[in-house]
Design a protein around this ligand. Structure first.
Ligand code: GDP
Ligand code: MG
Length: 379
């Protein structure tokens, strides 16, 4: 879907990736953003704000019902092409629909981790082909993880999910709906979150000074986790010059640095470090995946996935069950035959005993006859 009636909203001179030359030489670039976090944390709204347009339609009662009928997390893909001058950005936004929405959210990040690995896998398999057609790169360059603010820092689900996903993708944590926090609450929440992230050894994406000026990189790193205010009014309210959430007592502006870190995050992802996100996906995350996979399996053989393991286990259980049934059946046949043979043996033994008796009687009769004959001869 061609996105923009108004491409300059997104890429004006100042908002182009600073390493523009590299991009422009390629003339187009693929950038994939994943939005992860529980429903209602403002992912869709933020995405539309970030790309200054309606990339993703907001939830309606209809699609909310449809989504909640599904029993598993699924990945919803929206594609948009943004063109400016000779530069084309092929943007893909992935939403993790249903993430954290179930009563039991155990392992809900696995669907997401599998999806991320699948994209690496497709790229890897393509690498191993002898004939290389133009390959599609669907690897995910950044995952914005939306954290619901809670007084003690973070929900355990968010901690575990970020820890697991950080091995598969560049993670940037985001504090959702920061307008619901006072300045003091926000500062103390950031401190608690950073302590937890550090204690849990969760590796996040931090911008490096190689891609932007020292102080910009430091400033952006210090702002993490990024406090975000997002608003659907953004699309309607551009005329007033300010975009934000209007309340009876005032306005929370999404691009105001005193209200939140939206601008910093936008600068990080689009203006200054898009190239770094793309390159670190290639050089760190994909490379780690590639090495792990190639150490553990032969070239050209596709990776066994969880679904394969499950199918193999099911087949194994089925074979085991059949084996058990067969051995019970054989045991019963043996028992039956044994019983029959015992009966035949007993019959034969009885018959033998009868013959023995007969032989014994005949011998007695023979002895008697011999005695009788002897007595007669003496006479
Ligand atoms: N207070 C507040 N509400 C927000 C913010 N961002 C989004 N919302 C609202 O939260 C609701 C859910 O937003 P949505 O983007 O659909 O969340 P998603 O389910 O994570 O995609 C909507 O009513 C938004 O208007 C924010 O920064 N602050
Ligand atoms: Mg949404």
């Amino acid at each position: 879907m061609p996105l923009v009636e108004n491409p300059q909203l997104l890429f004006n001179q100042t908002s182009l990736p600073s390493d523009r030359e590299t991009f422009i030489k390629k003339e187009e670039c693929y950038f994939t953003v994943m939005l992860c976090g529980s429903s209602g944390t403002g992912k869709t709204t933020f995405c539309n704000n970030l790309f200054s347009s309606l990339v993703k339609p907001p939830k309606s009662v209809d699609n909310f019902k449809k989504v909640h009928k599904q029993k598993e997390v699924h990945i919803d893909k929206t594609k948009a092409t943004i063109e400016e001058d000779d530069f084309r950005l092929n943007l893909t936004v992935l939403d993790t629909v249903g993430f954290g929405d179930f009563i039991n959210n155990k392992d809900c990040w696995e669907v997401v981790a599998d999806y991320l690995d699948d994209q690496h896998e497709k790229y890897l398999l393509h690498d191993q082909q002898s004939l290389r057609m133009q390959r599609k790169d669907n690897r995910v360059h950044v995952c914005l993880y939306f954290i619901k603010p809670v007084p003690y820092g973070m929900l355990p689900l968010d901690v575990v999910a970020m820890k697991k996903l950080s091995k598969h993708v560049n993670i940037i944590p985001v504090i959702a709906k920061a307008d619901s926090l006072t300045k003091f609450e926000l500062d103390s929440l950031k401190e608690k979150m950073n302590k937890i992230l550090h204690a849990q050894n969760i590796s996040l994406f931090f911008p490096s000074a190689v891609y932007s000026a020292d102080e910009i990189a430091r400033d952006l790193s210090q702002a993490c986790p990024f406090a975000i205010v997002a608003s659907m009014d953004a699309i309607n309210d551009e005329n007033e010059g300010k975009i934000g959430r209007k309340y009876p007592w005032g306005m929370s502006e999404i691009e105001n640095e005193d209200h939140g870190d939206f601008l910093k995050l936008k600068n990080l992802m689009i203006n200054n470090h898009m190239l770094e996100l793309i390159q670190s996906t290639e050089q760190v995350i994909y490379e780690r995946y590639r090495q792990e996979q190639l150490i553990n399996r032969k070239s050209g053989i596709p990776k066994l996935r969880k679904a394969h393991y499950e199918r193999l286990n099911e087949e194994k259980a089925l074979i085991q069950k059949k084996l058990e049934e067969k051995s019970v059946e054989l045991e019963n046949t043996f028992k039956e035959r044994e019983e029959k043979l015992t009966v035949v043996r007993d019959d034969l033994n009885d018959e033998l005993a009868e013959y023995h008796d007969k032989v014994r009687i005949l011998e007695t009769q023979l002895d008697a006859l011999r005695n009788y004959k002897g007595l007669n001869q003496k006479k």
